[in-house]
Design a protein around this ligand. Structure first.
Ligand code: NAG
Ligand code: NAG
Ligand code: NAG
Length: 324
């Protein structure tokens, strides 16, 4: 069953069971914590701002962490669960291992929240608000985050292995976003998060050494200096070669010049299905920012656990109920 049909079925069964509407999936609200934890949003913003001022790259890492959470059984903080003897984590799946970052930022914020209002704010909501605050912290757009997600008790390592990756071709990228109810336009807009952040050498080595026609020769040669053929797997390069530290539309302008770092970046321009969207965003930073915000909202509302489903974890790394 395609995942986008699920919410309708859940809403229907909620109505049939005469449960209150707020318990039905998808009914999140921006004021969810206004009475129960009025300081929640301030606490999260403060934590994110501190982390980003310590290390600007953390903004990109927090956005990616939210993305990798939402694409695996919905935005339920499953990515934060540590491995146990009976459960493989998502952290150890290849797309996350050694590259997913920001766990300790989320853990610290959650600790503050538990001190202020124990048992109230989910780790899934922390991830979602943190992604928005990370965008704002580096000059990107803001948007209203609806709240009320709850946390899963399980991770799914197998699904995490199938997260979209840097070697994917355009058809694969489009279909993995479509599986989550996101359009090609959302894919292109969300990829714009690569206006900040860095990638490790082993993720783009093939692209810079194979003398392909889809990469600028000078750009490839520059990148080779920091990414040797046989060593230096973990050496970092900026995903946006022009303005790596500011949230802008240079990422798309780079693609027009075949200066995308990852294959999954460059195919957005070389592929027919998304070529014109890249051109639109390269022309209009305002359009990119507006679409990025909308796509982040859509992504952050993939299959949330709400109502009686899931739990509020006490710490984000373990599936233990928070008790007051
Ligand atoms: C909820 O809290 C936010 C942030 O403190 C505030 O801006 C908003 O007006 C409040 N909304 C309601 C309905 O109380
Ligand atoms: C992970 O998800 C897949 C696909 O939905 C499912 O078949 C599998 O049982 C899940 N694994 C765990 C450990 O829950
Ligand atoms: C790419 O070009 C360089 C220099 O022109 C050459 O040394 C190398 O063998 C080429 N690599 C491939 C995979 O063709």
């Amino acid at each position: 069953m395609p995942s986008h049909t699920t919410p309708c079925i859940v809403v229907l069964s909620c109505l049939l069971l005469l449960l209150s509407l707020s318990q039905c999936q998808g009914l999140l609200s921006p004021t969810f914590y206004n009475k129960t934890c009025p300081n929640a949003l301030n606490i999260i913003r403060t934590g994110v701002n501190q982390a980003v001022s310590r290390e600007r790259r953390m903004a990109a890492s927090l956005i990616r962490l939210h993305f990798h959470d939402c694409f695996v059984q919905g935005c339920d903080a499953s990515i934060l669960l540590d491995e146990t003897p009976t459960m493989e984590s998502e952290k150890t799946a290849l797309p996350n291992l050694g590259s997913a970052r920001g766990y300790e930022v989320i853990d610290d914020i959650k600790h503050e929240l538990e001190t202020s209002c124990p048992g109230i704010v989910s780790c899934a909501d922390v991830l979602s608000v943190a992604a928005r605050d990370a965008s704002v912290a580096v000059g990107g757009p803001s948007w209203t985050v609806k709240l009320g997600r709850r946390d899963s008790t399980k991770a799914n390592h197998t699904i995490a292995e199938t997260l979209p990756g840097p070697f994917d071709n355009l058809d694969t990228l489009i279909s993995s976003f479509a599986n989550k109810g996101l359009y090609a336009r959302d894919l292109v807009a969300l990829s714009g998060a690569h206006t900040i952040g860095q990638a490790q050498c082993f993720l783009f080595r093939d692209r810079i050494y194979d003398n392909g026609t889809d990469i600028d020769a000078g750009f490839a040669s520059t990148r080779r200096r920091q990414c040797p053929k046989n060593t230096g797997n973990g050496q970092l390069a900026p995903l946006d070669v022009v303005t790596p530290n500011s949230f802008d539309n240079n990422y798309y302008k780079n693609l027009l010049q075949k200066k995308g770092l990852l294959q999954s970046d460059q195919v957005l321009f070389s592929g027919e299905g998304t070529h014109s969207i890249v051109l639109e965003y390269a022309r209009s930073p305002q359009l990119f920012e507006a679409d990025f915000a909308s796509a982040m909202i859509k992504m952050s509302e993939i299959q949330p656990l709400t109502g009686q489903n899931g739990i509020i974890r006490k710490v984000c790394g373990a599936a233990l109920h928070s008790s007051i």
